[in-house]
Design a protein around this ligand. Structure first.
Ligand code: FAD
Length: 317
């Protein structure tokens, strides 16, 4: 079932979870162990992130370095199919521009369609560690909107090979990313909002936000979207804080702010266990407020912290 249908048919706020594929070398059972307890909350769907390959320099025995390609977390599509089969719920694969040519994207979409997956979250992806800024593949997409248009084309039966006539029309429901605190490359929130609006006009069915720790950022983002004429559901993305290091790491990687009340309390904690208690309480308060305000779905970035998410969702729903 499509994410948008879950939302329109629901009478109350839904729950969804986002997971990462296991590290290469790990079994899928490690993932099931994390998801199993969360199934008690009957999530509407589970998102699975996509991780592209990276080039690293590996030291050889003779002291020289060789450039090797590694992919730490393969398996997004396989995991989506496994989740759908194992738990009988919908899975939403993340599909990115980075590392894909248009042809590879088309083949990936065909695979998803054959597997009965009707949902995709389309994203640009970030620059790899060896790039100073995002570089599309020579035959790939530069922005999420270009990828979105390709998915829409397939929904209309338009394939890259022009001689395919009456091509099968897929029926992907498409989500896109939105940034309450602005995407880090955007010169200002207005410009980011303009591009977000274009993604919605090009056919995005809903928006999922980057994580935020201050609900007022989400509420004003939603208001700005509505003022700009964006009417699709806007799903808040929520992540727990469980240690002090995250204050710097999350700010640096995701470009989001921490309200001083939260960061001060985390800094006062003596152990990670104390941080986890503070982080859980904060997440519960955030979740309750968002649910009371009628957010369509609370989307939790579980990222290997199923216990915190379990305790939060148990307290809120
Ligand atoms: P875009 O919408 O393409 O925007 C990128 C930047 O370009 C923005 O600054 C925007 O304002 C600007 N822009 C957009 N369109 C245009 C245009 N036509 N012309 C000029 N400028 C434009 N990354 C992964 O690698 N794998 C994942 O699984 C993943 N999951 C994510 C899930 C969520 C909910 C979120 C919020 C992010 C996720 N990301 C993931 C990270 C994401 O790939 C990065 O944030 C990336 O830098 C931007 O992606 P986007 O889809 O928002 O890009």
């Amino acid at each position: 079932m499509k994410v948008i249908d879950h939302i329109t048919q629901a009478n109350d706020t839904l729950v969804s979870f986002e997971i990462l594929p296991p590290l290469k070398g790990k079994n899928i059972s490690s993932l099931y162990q994390n998801i199993d307890p969360l199934m008690e909350f009957k999530p509407a769907y589970i998102n699975v992130t996509y991780h592209r390959s990276e080039h690293i320099f590996k030291k050889k025995l003779d002291g020289t370095f060789e450039k090797v390609e590694i992919r730490k977390r393969p398996g997004t599509v396989g995991i989506c199919a496994a989740i759908m089969n194992h738990y009988k719920i919908d899975a939403v694969p993340h599909l990115i521009c980075g590392g894909f040519t248009r042809r590879e994207t088309e083949d990936a979409l065909i695979d998803l369609n054959f597997l009965g997956i009707d949902n995709v979250l389309v994203l640009r992806g970030d620059a790899t560690k060896s790039e100073s800024s995002f570089e599309p593949e020579p035959e790939g997409h530069k922005y999420a909107i270009d990828l979105l248009r390709q998915v829409k084309d397939l929904n209309h039966g338009i394939y890259l090979e022009e001689d395919i006539r009456d091509g099968f029309k897929t029926k992907f429901c498409i989500g896109v990313a939105g940034y309450p605190e602005k995407h880090f490359e955007a010169p200002n929130l207005q410009s980011d909002m303009d591009y977000l609006k274009l993604k919605v006009e090009a056919g995005a069915d809903y928006i999922v936000t980057q994580m935020f720790f201050d609900n007022s950022k989400y509420f004003s983002f939603v208001q700005q979207c509505r003022d700009a004429g964006i009417t699709v559901p806007i799903i808040p993305g929520l992540k727990p804080i469980t240690n002090k290091k995250q204050l710097n790491v999350i700010s640096r990687i995701f470009h989001v702010d921490f309200p001083p009340e939260l960061s001060n309390e985390i800094l006062r904690c003596k152990t990670d266990e104390d941080c986890e208690i503070v982080g859980t309480e904060w997440l519960i308060a955030q979740s309750r407020e968002l649910k009371n305000a009628g957010a369509p779905v609370l989307h939790y970035y579980t990222l290997g912290k199923p216990k915190v998410i379990y305790n939060t969702v148990k307290a809120v729903f």
